[in-house]
Design a protein around this ligand. Sequence first.
Ligand code: 6PG
Length: 235
Amino acid sequence: SDEVEWWEYDDAAEMADAVAGDIGFIIESAIDARGAAVIALAGGKTPVPIYEKLSSAKLDWKRVTIIPGDERIVPLGDPLSNVTTLAKFFLPKGARVMPIVPNAIADYKAAGRSADALMQDLHWPLDLCLLGVGSDGHTASIFPGPDLDEALSGPKERRALGVMPDPMPEDAPVPRVTLSLAAITTARALMIAVTGKEKRAVIETAIKQGQSSLYPIGRALAGTELPVDIHWAAA
Ligand code: 6PG
């Protein structure tokens, strides 16, 4: 992207207000234009206040489909399950919240096939992909490492899914499925929400590195032609 804009906030609550407002606007515009909105939301802890705020917005939730942009292969209800967090906030509003990994599937490849099938059914492109970033530069569950180029150029990359992190991240050492870079960069809107100095520095480096970035978030930013808003809270 040639147009990356940073939005700065003092804290996560202030960021949540702003980002929830922007996501609400994107949802309304998609419904106006196409009768429905399909969005992918980030996992992890940072966006939870955003989801809390967004879920209190008056929107036509019945027309909204929400998927996690990546998922850890754990049972529904597990604290590591991204769809469980989304379901908690948005199911009561009437949104369709779809797991990308079916309950009870423990096998990475089966989960990948199933998630791929789901993505073929959803209408494309996504109206929004909200991304988080790890301090190692990962986004969704596309992790940095020596296999990054291979992972991003395989046949899976044209579709929804890819990339099992290897080695698995220490803070959540479970197999995962993830939106592919292609799914991310073809979304109609791409937005990032992060907190803290460390992640900001990683994103700034990734932007400088561009297409050849060793950070997956750098590849995502280099791979989209859209303007991208990066929302950053100091704490
Ligand atoms: C997931 C994510 C991941 C996340 C970052 C940041 O792991 O499920 O979608 O990409 O956005 O790891 O996570 P935190 O917000 O918890 O730091």
